[in-house]
Design a binder for this molecule. Structure first.
Ligand code: NAD
Ligand code: DAU
Length: 336
């Protein structure tokens, strides 16, 4: 049986991917490698823990010794581990540079030495920067605007360099804004859903007319699996939902679904360097047989219901996690 190492597998997308891999890719033994930062949650993997094909390693991608030990005997690596929240990167970029850039370098170097068969680097559409019209293709130049996007672009280019220079079989995926269950409640959808459930204000940045392309987490996961199994080494693949929405439109959909008033909307000072619009051309991944399957109009209400029915998952984070409360207070006080 082949061994697959999933870094960042205790986070939002990584935990969904680990579950998918256990259920749908029986040829793999799965190991999650995760530092359990504020965003990592072992409970996201609780239903996988007893599976003989599943193992968890508590480790940091910046730790060369731990990484080199973890990749020994591994065939495939899917590298999700990253600091992932744009607002935090604006507030303090430090961990974004060390984890997203340096940590990716540590992973690539260890994988080269271990002669792994495939390294899937999980990048983001934010590396392209903002686009007024049309959609980004994989050959467009990278023009990242936030410290998060720049760190991810550094990692993306380092992954490319390990293919070009050393022949490491790297495949890169660039996914768009992902929504689903188990997302840390600092990102737009889980923050606004949980705030609305608590009758708290929904802080919309600027005019709320920024556009994001929303991708259901299961569509993102199957896109990554397609790139893993069918992608060509040295290539990048966009993974998008073909589902562009204004932030204010999402905000109103959430309120309507929960039967809450629009008076909960509060327009606040914009995020600095805020990208206006993201859009992806996904024809390259579609040519490998993938397509997004989730319909936003039915999937978003289902995701909203998950947060409504699983308050024990997010309530402790919002009230007891110092990493959540301290950041949230500092960041939103600046925007009031
Ligand atoms: P997340 O913040 O929910 O999870 C990140 C995980 O990485 C956590 O489990 C955390 O503990 C772990 N981690 C962080 N630093 C680490 C370190 N130094 N060593 C080991 N583990 C560490 O993130 P997410 O939203 O699931 O995103 C996963 C990946 O997908 C990231 O690379 C992100 O850039 C990318 N991505 C996310 C989205 C999105 O909309 N969420 C879209 C496109 C791409
Ligand atoms: O595009 C992919 C990226 O999507 C991923 O690479 C990132 O990891 C992920 O965090 C996400 O980045 P965004 O910055 O687009 O996501 P976020 O959920 O933070 O914000 C979505 C939009 O909503 C963005 O235009 C900012 C806006 N927003 C966000 C928050 C948290 C608000 O208006 N108010 C808020 O309080």
């Amino acid at each position: 049986m082949k061994k697959m190492l999933i870094t960042g597998g205790a986070g939002f997308i990584g935990s969904h991917f680990a579950r998918y891999a256990l259920r749908h890719l029986p040829q793999f033994q799965i190991t999650v490698f995760d530092a359990l930062t504020y965003a990592g949650n072992r409970a996201n993997l609780s239903d996988l823990e007893g599976d003989p094909r599943f193992k968890f390693i508590h480790g940091d991608v910046r730790d060369k010794a731990a990484v080199s030990e973890a990749v020994q005997g591994t065939h495939y690596v899917v590298h999700f581990a990253a600091e992932s929240h744009v607002d935090r990167s604006i507030h303090n970029p430090d961990a974004f540079v060390t984890t997203d850039v340096y940590g990716t370098y540590v992973m690539l170097e260890a994988c080269l030495k271990a002669k792994i068969e495939r390294f899937v680097h999980i990048s983001t559409d934010e590396v392209y920067g903002t686009i007024e019209q049309g959609a980004f293709t994989e050959t467009d130049p990278l023009h990242p605007n936030s410290p998060y996007a720049s760190s991810k672009a550094g990692a993306d280019l380092m992954a490319r360099a390990y293919f070009q220079t050393y022949g490491l079989p790297v495949v890169i995926t660039r996914g768009s804004n992902t929504y689903g269950s188990h997302q840390y409640p600092e990102k737009l959808i889980p923050l606004f859903v949980t705030n609305a459930l608590e009758d708290k204000l929904l802080p919309v940045y600027g005019d709320g007319h920024q556009v994001r392309d929303w991708l259901h987490v299961m569509d993102h996961v199957t896109g990554i699996a397609t790139a893993l199994l069918k992608g060509e080494p040295g290539q990048a693949y966009n993974v998008g939902g073909d589902n562009e929405r204004l932030n204010i439109e999402i905000t109103k959909m959430i309120l309507k679904t929960l039967g809450k008033p629009e008076s909960l909307i509060r327009y606040v000072t914009d995020r600095p360097g805020h990208d206006r619009r993201y859009a992806l051309d996904t024809s390259k991944l579609r040519a490998l047989g993938w397509q997004p399957k989730m319909d936003f109009e039915t999937a978003l209400p289902e995701v909203i219901r998950w947060y409504a029915q699983n308050q024990d998952w997010w309530q402790p984070i919002k009230t007891q996690h110092e990493a959540y409360t301290a950041f949230s207070k500092a960041w939103y006080e600046e925007r009031a």
